[in-house]
Ligand binder design. Structure first.
Ligand code: B1M
Length: 234
């Protein structure tokens, strides 16, 4: 994907369309500085942070994912791409979280044991913050004891779990079953998400909701917390 004359490209001189296409290439090539610069340029051109996120960054990562799947890209390259994506996300984060609203609830979120993918989880955390939630991100490779300790410590309204591997997604059931055994299940709203999941899986593991993407996660979190609070008042 690297262009022969890459170093002659001045991002600020590109049209929106060409800049976004260039950012997809830069993400693919793991060029964090260029991704940060492109993100700033689009924001300066009055693009909303959500549009920059989806059209420039998430779409770029989707392309990386296809070539990773097809054996064209390998782990080191994908790590660089992830790093570049994070450089853009770091700029967007405060903008997406800029609501000034009172906290609508608390969420503990983590990627399950055996799984180190965190971009999607981080995005969900950003969108939840943007929707007015306090988010406690307990990171990656989270085992059941760590989830339970975080629930005990933070007493959130919602537990969010992320998994990107078909081999790690069953661990969500381990966490939920343990919560059931300990009589804790009904104290929390449990939301799950990650590329290999679907509604059927969410239902099968006993989650309250499956979230296709970060925007759905934020909407569902708000609706479920409101519903639960209204039910408690009734
Ligand atoms: Co990984 N990887 N990876 N990887 N990686 C996938 C997931 C894979 C689909 C690639 C492929 O083959 N096409 C494949 C899984 C196949 C499978 O399980 N069937 C795969 C594999 C195989 C692996 C390794 C095993 C590779 C190896 O070592 N041979 C290895 C496993 C490591 C481990 O975890 N133990 C591995 C490693 C890596 C990297 C470290 C190189 C890197 C991760 C870097 C990082 O995250 N810091 C990486 C990446 C980047 C990917 C792809 C390319 C991109 C994932 C991503 O960030 N997507 C991915 C391919 C793909 O998914 N297309 C792939 C962008 C992100 C915005 O989307 O994460 O889906 P996503 O999140 C969305 C929704 O799913 C949802 O909202 C998010 C935002 O809209 N969501 C939630 C996610 N979590 C949620 C939680 C919620 C709610 C919604 O809670 C309420």
């Amino acid at each position: 994907m690297t262009e022969e004359f890459d170093d002659e490209i001045v991002l600020a001189e590109l049209s929106d369309e060409d800049l976004v296409a260039q950012m997809h290439d830069d993400l693919y090539d793991g060029m964090a500085d260029e991704i940060a610069e492109g993100t700033e340029i689009l924001l300066a051109r009055e693009w909303g942070p959500g549009k920059v996120l989806n059209e420039a960054l998430v779409e770029g990562m989707r392309i990386v994912g296809i070539d990773f799947r097809d054996g064209i890209l390998f782990v080191p390259e994908v790590l660089l791409a992830a790093n570049a994506m994070k450089a853009g996300m770091a700029i967007l984060r405060p903008l997406l979280a800029e609501t000034g609203a009172e906290s609508v609830g608390k969420v503990v979120i983590g990627t399950v044991k055996g799984d180190i993918h965190d971009i999607g989880k981080n995005l969900v955390a950003m969108m939840l913050e943007g929707a007015g939630f306090d988010v406690i991100d307990i990171g990656i490779n989270t085992d059941v004891d760590e989830y339970l300790a975080a629930l005990e410590e933070h007493k959130p309204d919602i537990l969010g779990m992320s998994a990107l591997l078909t081999t790690t997604m069953p661990y969500m059931k381990v966490v939920i079953d343990t919560m059931v055994e300990k009589g804790l299940r009904d104290e929390y709203i449990i939301l799950v998400g990650g590329a290999p999941l679907n509604q059927e899986f969410g239902d099968a593991v006993g989650a309250d909701g499956y979230c296709r993407d970060a925007a759905v996660a934020a909407e569902m979190a708000k609706a479920m917390v409101t519903e639960r609070r209204q039910a408690a008042l009734a």
